[in-house]
Ligand binder design. Structure first.
Ligand code: 3HC
Ligand code: NAI
Length: 718
């Protein structure tokens, strides 16, 4: 089937099939193609009803997101858009049944809701995820959804953007019937049967726009909207679109259908032209771009990962084990002694029990996951593992010893991965006879929750191991990003300067609260000092001690965290760090810290001044950007977007700012560079602008343009 949309007949039922792989997006040509088919359905006296279905794995997953960039950059969009299609569907004289498998998202659900009926297989999902792209439903979703699902459900779906399973969709009225079986063929069979019955009914087919019963206010509407606004302010702090989505659904309850559509269109355009939407669309495509490694073809053969072994059942080893179990991969979990092994297993069990208590997991499935762990003290059974992930203490000596042992215990074709956060992967690999099989898998804490996985490429890591690691990341429901083997890799290498500036700011006169709040107002999930407390201040302290000899002489170093650690204030784990912590982990400012700061500052004779919130945010964020630019120049990250995806998924950078490098492009590199030069004048050494930033600022270019030009050159050379 080469056409985007095709029409066939099964008796008196017409079947309109959308075939626009991979996700049947409503790209130019698709809406027009469906309209043509509807014209034929209407005109053909032998047809009593029609089914609208997607070819392949899915119904329509939405508008074509690539088209939005064309609209916002002033280019004329191709095609007629969605509204003529929706009107044509709704006005068809014969019933049209949307047959849903896979996902009916965004414009896909909007098309389905403009049909007269909807059926779905049980595995299907529906949703209005537009807010995740910084926009709102723009093809009637905010007006038709409350008419089908009720106001409360529509508000929730449009404001949060989370998908809804087919069974819930049926219960709330979005879907009329669930069809037996799974996949395209079962669905088509069931949908045709449903259409035959619908076609036999007399009278015009029902239009969603006329179904106003669920819009009637029984007095609950004000509370529904207020709750939704509170919830999104909390759960989607800083995001514009969710609030606009609520406004649009509210319009459905106050205006006629056509006026509601007009209001939706106004709000949609406001969102589409916002910086937030551009940033979130960048993040959407970025998450898919990072899967592509230029010199590792997408069809590189993969190793089969059926069993994993994890060495070390501490904080990370436990979380990594859970990530594997959750993906259905059994784990051999090894520790240095029986008590430590028992402690590790107990921590995993406790985590699962908490999920059971919260209703997120059944007791049986928690038990089933626990039964997939094979505890081990030595290396018995390691020859069954397809991959081993080492998560012992961060010590080169220890890691080398463990890798030498693993090289003997694991099968020669098994992957040996280290979860080190700072150490040299090549040095670790040198202890084995299979450096091609050695790779870094840098998980983030808690490893069963955090989505980021930095995949560290050693000098000899093979393409098969890299491709397998990327595929494995998806299986573990992580975002795998390839990084080079430098100290701290990408994420932590940039986090160093960011946290250094946060400390300097406190030493120069900002309060702990001011620093954290400035970054939280910028949109970071948590301020830099509170983040230090969460991770444990002692971790960095130990690393600094190990690397102190590498730091340049006579250069200002942050003093405060070392002092806090000397006083035993390691952060949340000791209930005191930059803040004091209650049992429930809530933080409060601690006068003792003020006192410690005063002493340190007095001793070091650091002049004190009032520092603005803007300066605090700029100092920390531009420290990230400057180091990020160096990393790009040195080739330790493949593209600016790789850095962005790392920061969005591992460091709580606000998604609506697109990541640090995208943010810098948005602000303008000239402005960023000027600010960095000011900081260099004031603070010296640490603020030398990265040459790449200086060059692009001088040329008036963005990092994105630099990246495009570079990859065009590389493809031309290839
Ligand atoms: N437009 C354009 N391209 C899209 C797309 C879309 N709506 N959805 C997915 N793609 C592309 C991806 O970029 C990827 O391209 P690549 O292979 O070149 O990298 C390819 O399709 C496959 O996508 P995934 O890798 O994400 O495939 P999965 O099978 O993992 O997931 C999915 C499928 C759940 C449909 C997921 O792609 C998704 O969530 N897509 C976005 C859905 C969405 O947001 N829809 C709303 C769009 S906005 C809208 O409809 C506005 C309307 O109200 C007017
Ligand atoms: P941890 O101290 O909680 O756990 C380490 C575990 O390894 C301990 O249980 C210890 O008994 C065990 N171990 C030590 N030697 C062993 C051996 N020879 N055989 C088997 N087990 C042994 O440390 P954590 O935090 O889990 O860190 C582990 C690794 O993960 C380190 O390399 C660290 O840098 C890295 N990492 C840590 C992160 C964090 O936030 N804690 C984040 C990302 C990476």
């Amino acid at each position: 089937m080469a056409e985007l949309v095709s029409l066939t007949r099964q008796g008196a039922v017409a079947v309109i099939t959308v075939n626009n792989p991979p996700v049947n997006a409503l790209s130019p040509g698709v809406p027009e193609g469906i309209v043509e088919c509807i014209e034929q359905v209407d005109a053909d006296p032998a047809v009593r009803a029609a089914v609208l279905i997607g070819f392949g794995q899915t119904f329509i997953a939405g508008a074509d997101i690539k088209e939005f960039g064309k609209i916002t950059s002033g280019r004329k969009p191709r095609g007629d858009g969605l509204h003529p299609l929706l009107t044509r569907l709704e006005n068809c004289s014969k019933p049209i049944v949307a047959a849903i498998h896979g996902t009916a998202f965004g414009g896909g659900l909007e098309v389905a809701m403009a049909c007269h009926y909807r059926v779905a297989v049980l595995s299907a999902q529906v949703g209005q995820p537009e807010v995740k792209l910084g926009i709102i439903p723009g093809a009637g979703g905010t007006q038709r959804l409350p008419r089908l699902a009720g106001v409360a459900k529509a508000v929730e779906m449009c404001a949060l953007g989370d998908p809804v399973r087919a069974s819930d969709a049926r219960d709330c009225g979005i879907v009329d019937a669930i069809v037996d079986g799974d996949g395209h063929d079962d669905l088509l069979r069931g949908a045709i049967e449903f259409s035959r019955q619908a076609g036999a009914k007399s009278g015009p087919p029902p239009k969603t726009r006329d179904r106003n019963e669920k819009l009637l206010d029984d007095g609950s509407h004000p509370a529904i909207f207020e709750r939704a606004r509170d919830m999104t302010a909390r759960k989607r702090r800083g995001f514009l679109a969710p609030q606009k989505a609520i406004d649009a659904v509210e319009a459905a309850t106050r205006l006629s259908f056509d006026d509601g559509l007009r209001r939706e269109a106004e709000l949609f355009r406001e969102c589409l032209f916002s910086e937030q939407s551009k940033a979130l669309i960048h993040a959407f495509f970025g998450e898919r771009t990072v899967r592509k490694i230029p010199d590792v073809p997408l069809d590189t053969p993969l190793l089969d990962i059926r069993t994993a072994a994890v060495v070390g059942a501490g904080t990370m080893g436990g979380g990594i084990t859970m990530a594997y179990l959750n993906a259905g991969i059994p784990v051999i979990l090894q520790e240095a002694s029986q008590p430590l092994l028992d402690r590790g297993l107990a921590a995993i069990r406790k985590n699962y029990e908490r999920s059971v208590e919260r209703g997120r997991l059944t007791r049986e499935s928690a038990e089933q996951k626990m039964s997939m762990i094979r505890p081990a003290l030595g290396y018995d059974g390691f020859n069954e593992a397809d991959i081993v992930i080492e998560a012992v203490f961060e010590s080169m000596e220890l890691k080398k010893k463990v890798f030498a042992e693993l090289d003997k215990a694991a099968r020669p074709d098994a992957i040996l991965a280290s979860n080190t956060s700072t150490l040299d992967i090549d040095e670790i690999a040198s202890m084995t006879r299979r450096p091609r099989q050695v790779v870094g898998h840098h998980f983030f804490s808690p490893a069963n929750v955090m989505r980021l996985l930095e995949i560290v490429r050693g000098q000899q890591t093979s393409k098969t191991v890299l491709a397998t690691s990327m595929a494995l990341a998806r299986r573990l429901r992580k975002v795998g990003v390839l990084v080079g083997n430098c100290r701290g890799f990408v994420g932590n290498r940039m986090f160093g300067p960011y946290r250094r500036e946060a400390q300097f700011l406190v030493e120069e006169g900002a309060s702990v609260r001011e620093v954290d709040e400035a970054l939280e107002d910028f949109g970071m999930a948590m301020g830099p000092l509170a983040t230090g407390d969460l991770a444990g201040l002692d971790v960095g302290w130990r690393i600094r001690k190990e690397y102190r000899h590498l730091e340049p002489e006579g250069v200002r170093q942050p003093l405060l965290e070392d002092r806090l650690c000397e006083l035993g204030r390691y952060g949340q784990k000791t209930q005191a760090g930059w803040y004091r912590y209650a049992e429930d982990r809530s933080r409060r400012e601690d006068p003792e810290v003020e006192h410690i700061v005063e002493q340190v500052v007095e001793r070091a004779k650091i002049p004190q001044r009032k520092i603005s919130r803007d300066e605090i945010a700029d100092r920390c964020i531009y420290a990230l950007v400057n180091e990020g630019a160096r990393i790009l120049e040195e080739g330790y990250a493949l593209r600016p977007v790789d850095i962005d995806i790392i920061y969005l998924n591992g460091y709580g950078f606000p998604a609506y700012r697109g990541g640090p490098m995208w943010h810098a492009d948005t602000v303008g590199l000239r402005k960023v560079c000027e600010r960095i030069r000011e900081f260099e004048k004031q603070h010296g050494h640490w603020w030398k602008p990265a040459p790449l930033l200086e060059q692009l600022a001088a040329e008036g270019k963005t990092l994105a343009e630099w990246d495009q030009a570079r990859s065009a050159k590389q493809s031309a050379q290839a």
